[in-house]
Ligand binder design. Structure first.
Ligand SMILES: NC(=O)c1ccc[n+]([C@@H]2O[C@H](COP(=O)([O-])OP(=O)(O)OC[C@H]3O[C@@H](n4cnc5c(N)ncnc54)[C@H](O)[C@@H]3O)[C@@H](O)[C@H]2O)c1
Length: 246
């Protein structure tokens, strides 16, 4: 497939995991891809890497301006950068709540705000936000994280409505537990990593974790110009976790 030929895509959090896999998938399908990440990451599946923090408005504006300048516009935006938080509703103080919201939710607003003028000029404009199954399933010890991902879902629907008239499609992806460096870090920090890994796999009806490539494929399909009637949707890529009882 060469469905992104001639298009420029931006992927936040593109230096690792789902973001890196998405950058590679979009590149394979013909896009010129810029990643925005607070880490430089390894060179590879993208044309341009800009180090910036989605919680810092000045750095986001500079990153988007540079990408649009270097690559000649922006057609596709994948708002994927995010961080986790563990514990029940009492486990995190106000600073932690504000910090995780600032990256997972306000970060999407910042990057989108900066990219909108270019997206409005594109004839194939699409945004994909990374939510999570945590938005719609009560997972234990993920109160703050789940709240931010619920906000991402609500924000996605509102953005889709607001920018329908601008010709910008807005959708979200909701991955189940995906085998990325994020989950490897989580396992490394667990008291019993093997038991935790078994528990995470057991939660998935398919009995295995989702792969980053599977999520990337779904993100690219939502962003593709071939999905021209798809807007205001949340696509789960979760091995059946949300809807199956097997
Ligand atoms: N892995 C999972 O199980 C899973 C499941 C559902 C949703 N998600 C979501 O998918 C997205 C990617 O997760 P992943 O598993 O690939 O994680 P990851 O940790 O492998 O990658 C996240 C990337 O985001 C970058 N990042 C974090 N904060 C940033 C900031 N303030 N500014 C710029 N870049 C920043 C990191 O440097 C990293 O490169 C996240 O939004 C996460 O919530 C992950």
């Amino acid at each position: 497939m060469n469905d992104f030929s001639g298009l420029v895509a931006v992927v936040t959090g593109g230096a690792s995991g789902i973001g890196a896999a998405t950058a590679s998938e979009l590149t394979r399908r013909g896009a010129r891809v810029a990643i925005i990440d607070r880490d430089a990451g390894a060179p590879g599946g993208h044309s341009l890497a800009v180090v910036a923090d989605v919680s810092d408005d000045a750095s986001v504006q500079a990153a988007i301006a540079r990408i649009a300048d270097d690559l000649g516009g922006i057609d596709v935006l994948v708002n994927n950068a995010g961080i986790g938080a563990a514990g029940d509703v009492s486990a995190n103080d106000d600073d932690a709540w504000h910090r995780v919201y600032d990256i997972n939710v306000v970060g999407i607003a910042r990057v989108t705000r900066a990219a909108l003028p270019w997206l409005k000029k594109s004839s194939a404009a699409a945004i994909v936000n990374t939510a999570s199954v945590a938005a719609t399933n009560g997972l234990p010890n993920r109160a703050l994280y789940s709240a931010t991902k619920g906000a991402v879902v609500g924000l996605t629907y509102a953005m889709a409505a607001d920018h329908l008239g601008d010709g910008i499609r807005v959708n979200a992806i909701a991955p189940g537990t995906a085998d990325t460096p994020w989950v490897q870090r989580l396992l490394a920090a667990a008291d019993d990593p093997e038991a935790t890994a078994t528990n995470l796999r057991g939660r998935q009806p398919m009995g295995r974790l989702v792969t980053a490539d599977e999520v990337a494929f779904a993100v690219a399909n939502l962003a593709s110009p071939r999905a021209a009637s798809t807007t205001g949707t949340v696509l789960t890529v979760d091995g059946g976790l949300t809807t199956l009882r097997v």
